[in-house]
Design a protein around this ligand. Structure first.
Ligand code: ATP
Ligand code: MG
Length: 417
């Protein structure tokens, strides 16, 4: 508590800021009970030099774009909140859920807070070591250079039963799963600098695919399983949800810009012109028999194959324990390219992966994010899902943490300081 002025004020306002490679998106909302009500929306296109593959490359350029988007959203909402949740994406952000299984000596003893603290401490230790060294290995950064972005309790079970607070229960086997996302310190630091430059009070930085996965469907059922793919301008962000919990996230640096670039090369035109042509192509405005259409198709072929191989590679990491969910949910502006769905549905990319059947592909609709209500009626497309996911996380930040979350927060604070 205390995040939103001690929770005493009747209306608690906040901002969700999605600093994407292609667009900055800002939502201004108020939190009412367990819902975020969006009152203002702002959007600003970034320069090609501002961001690359989800990473900030020009801090002052990005600050200017954020200001435009924030002004637009605040004007519409007629409030200027300062508290803000910012999303982080990009190929160097990595999240995994680590689960520890713990056998208790005496199943009749009631579980105490001390015992729970020890277990959560163990999970975190194991997770930090593993994820940090993996990320360091993949990126060539030394381990010191990666830092924890966000942590969340995904799953707590006693003897197979899901519980929210295990304290006071009896039982033999405790299972605790905690999701942790890591990112290189330069990447995180840039976002902090941007928040300072905008005079925002940073409630949290959250891994975007986690935010998206968390906002759709998870409340519906403990058995909810799906693969989430957010295709933006510079990155593809993947989250795998199995049995109602986010199991991990993975990203790679291919997004809509790559497709636009290929079209620009093929048709020998500027990036901006090619972007407009791509939109026409997506909207079905080009005749299929036309030379232009054929050329675009050809230009996209190689990119789509590379992109699909990227998806396959990312999912291989989640393939060692269990079957992969046979449902894929798409969001982000890049998923509107018709070839994306087409490739996912028709190409033989699933053969080497443990799918029970060819996965079903769908687009996430803003109305599926039940906890976020849109008064502006402007949140209508795939591109709006990620900022809405961030707003959803802000609701939880405003509420009282559960016992398990409280302990996790303390341990995480200890690690960060
Ligand atoms: N109708 C469409 N058809 C094809 N591509 C589209 C369409 N609409 C938007 N895009 C593409 O989506 C991309 C922008 O999507 P989005 O706003 O989700 O990206 P971002 O969040 O800024 O980037 P990232 O998440 O990679 O950092 C652009 O590359 C744009 O060309
Ligand atoms: Mg994005």
């Amino acid at each position: 508590m205390g995040l939103f002025g001690g929770g005493k004020s009747k209306n608690r306002y906040a901002i969700a800021l999605d600093i994407g490679t292609e667009f900055v998106k800002a939502l201004v909302f108020r939190i009412e009970k367990d819902k975020a009500i969006v009152m203002g929306v702002g959007k600003q296109r970034q320069q090609l030099s501002d961001m690359q593959g989800g990473r900030v490359t020009d801090i002052s350029g990005v600050i200017r774009n954020c200001e435009v988007a924030l002004d637009e959203a605040c004007d519409e909402a007629k409030v200027v909140p300062t508290q803000c949740v910012i999303g982080i994406a990009g190929e160097l952000v990595k999240g995994t859920t680590t689960t520890v299984y713990y056998k208790r000596d005496d199943s009749k003893e009631r579980i105490t807070v001390k015992e729970l603290k020890d277990i959560i401490g163990q999970v975190q230790e194991k997770s930090f070591e593993k994820t940090r060294s993996e990320l360091a290995w993949e990126t060539g950064h030394s381990e010191i250079d990666v830092k924890l972005v966000n942590s969340a309790v995904v799953d707590v079970k006693i003897d197979g039963y899901k519980v929210t607070n295990p304290v006071g229960f009896q039982g033999r086997d405790i299972q605790v799963g905690i999701f942790n996302a890591f990112a290189p310190i330069v990447h995180l630091g840039a976002l902090q600098t941007i928040a300072e430059g905008l005079n925002l009070d940073l409630l949290s930085i959250a891994a975007e695919p986690y935010a998206v996965a968390q906002s759709v469907g998870l409340e519906d059922s403990a058995e909810f399983s799906s693969i989430f793919i957010d295709i933006g301008g510079g990155t593809t962000d993947i989250a795998v949800v199995r049995g109602g919990g986010v199991e991990g996230t993975k990203m790679f640096a291919i997004g809509g810009r790559v497709f636009t670039k290929s079209i620009a090369d093929m048709l020998d035109m500027s990036f901006a012109e090619a972007e407009a042509v791509k939109m026409d192509y997506s909207a079905g405005k080009l005749k299929k028999e036309s030379e232009k259409y054929q050329k675009i198709k050809k230009a996209l072929e190689n990119d789509c194959e590379v992109w699909l191989a990227g998806v396959q590679l990312a999912l291989e990491e989640f393939s060692n324990v269990d079957l992969l969910p046979s449902k894929i949910l798409l969001c982000g502006g890049g998923c509107l390219l018709p070839d994306i769905r087409d490739y996912l549905e028709t190409r033989a990319w699933t053969k080497k992966l443990p799918f029970a059947k060819q996965p079903k592909v769908d687009f996430i609709k803003p109305s599926q994010i039940h906890s976020v209500e849109d008064e502006t009626k402007k949140l209508v497309g795939s591109q709006d899902i990620t900022p809405m996911g961030l707003a959803n996380l802000a609701i939880d930040l405003a509420g009282d943490p559960t016992v398990v979350e409280g302990i996790l927060d303390k341990i995480v604070d200890g690690i960060r300081s």
